[in-house]
Design a binder for this molecule. Structure first.
Ligand code: F3S
Length: 106
């Protein structure tokens, strides 16, 4: 599977959604997750994300390992998103920030 990492939190640009051939993105208030049961590892979403939030599971760095299970857990409760929409209003203020896990709204 592919994994959405913390870089997405409070940004949610949603460019990734439009290219997904299997509609595997799930939407929360300020983050998108990838449903690992649906992702086919096509990787087309990777270059679409302006903040490089999406990585293949095997490339998830040590400081983002918790995001693997989090994508799976959140995908079970969040609805599907299949069309791009406006990014969060202050996305550009958050795009270069790290350590955003505490900002995640579940
Ligand atoms: Fe998030 Fe990047 Fe998609 S910020 S919503 S993973 S385009």
């Amino acid at each position: 599977t592919h994994v959405v990492t913390e870089a997405c939190i409070r940004c949610k640009y949603t460019d990734c959604v439009d290219v997904c051939p299997v509609d595997c993105f799930r939407e929360g208030p300020n983050f998108l997750s990838i449903d690992p049961d649906e992702c086919i590892d096509c990787a087309v979403c990777i270059p679409e994300c302006p903040v490089n939030a999406i990585v293949p599971e095997e490339d998830v760095t040590g400081d983002q390992q918790h995001m693997i299970k989090l994508n799976a857990d959140l995908s079970k409760k969040w609805p599907s998103i299949t069309k791009r929409k406006a990014a969060l209003p202050d996305a550009d203020d958050w795009k270069d920030k790290t350590g955003k896990l505490g900002e995640l709204i579940r």
